[in-house]
Design a protein around this ligand. Sequence first.
Ligand SMILES: NC(=O)c1ccc[n+]([C@@H]2O[C@H](COP(=O)([O-])OP(=O)(O)OC[C@H]3O[C@@H](n4cnc5c(N)ncnc54)[C@H](O)[C@@H]3O)[C@@H](O)[C@H]2O)c1
Length: 332
Amino acid sequence: MAKELVRVLVTGAAGQIGYALVPMIARGVMLGSDQPVILHMLDIPPAAEALNGVKMELVDAAFPLLKGVVATTDVVEACTGVNVAVMVGGFPRKEGMERKDVMSKNVSIYKSQASALEQHAAPNCKVLVVANPANTNALILKEFAPSIPAKNITCLTRLDHNRALGQISERLNVQVSDVKNAIIWGNHSSTQYPDVNHASVKTPSGEKPVRELVKDDGWLNGEFITTVQQRGAAIIKARKLSSALSAASAACDHIRDWVLGTPEGTWVSMGVYSDGSYNVPSGLIYSFPVTCHNGDWKIVQGLAIDEFSRKKLDLTGAELSEEKELAYSCLS
Ligand SMILES: NC(=O)c1ccc[n+]([C@@H]2O[C@H](COP(=O)([O-])OP(=O)(O)OC[C@H]3O[C@@H](n4cnc5c(N)ncnc54)[C@H](O)[C@@H]3O)[C@@H](O)[C@H]2O)c1
């Protein structure tokens, strides 16, 4: 029997990530190769023509799983009946702008989109915020959509997680699919803490800890961390544009694992509403290691946190608390 249609919203769909993401969704990369989808694409009026061009290309690509496309600049039309919402649209920081000005623009976008989702999305809609500042945009969305359960609102740190796996695979010259259980703690910013203390690699003689195989704590505690933290800036330097295909791919990974489940023995990183686990302040959207089952995520509990890690968890948490304060100051 054919599966029920799933409606997927992509905001900022005329942008670079949107352009890479919508064909992935239409090909089944996000929800499975047997899942028919209807794409809802939202952008702002100055991008309406470009958005229509993306719609034309989606039609031209003749994706068998794509059962319809809504391309609109009307937020209510965009949000109506959606089961999954990927929030990529936002206001970028422009030269000479203060941090508070950018925050203020995004707070107002996420406040109004929160209300539209709350009123018009399908019940139990799963929300992924990609646009920066991703954690704080997600928090604002949560605060202004009180009837959407907090567990349904997440932000993207899977790109950072995948970058950590990629760096380990390059260093050890192993397949990236054989590396697992890295963790991104905290903010999707340069204070994030990429942690490999619990990560392992599948080898011909069984699973081995990353630290045992790398045999270079200096690199793991130094250059590895800064490379992952600064990878976004390195991509901008090289491409003169920010990462798009890897961000789109990570957004698909995030939703796919959330909906379809993480493999046994594997966790992934997701920005989720903190319940105080690992002594992280509650009331923040903070990236944790999670496992997913039956459409729900659960923070992995009981991992040992050494002194080095503790400091890094606290530092990125403090930055998020400060961002939250700044966001709230924009509301008044
Ligand atoms: N979390 C992550 O891992 C990650 C990674 C890469 C990029 N990002 C962020 O993702 C966002 C998008 O990146 P991009 O490269 O696609 O940017 P982009 O500028 O190419 O596209 C953004 C799009 O959003 C649209 N937009 C602006 N305001 C909107 C609104 N109110 N409603 C709907 N659409 C709106 C713009 O018109 C534009 O088409 C940025 O905020 C970027 O910093 C996050």
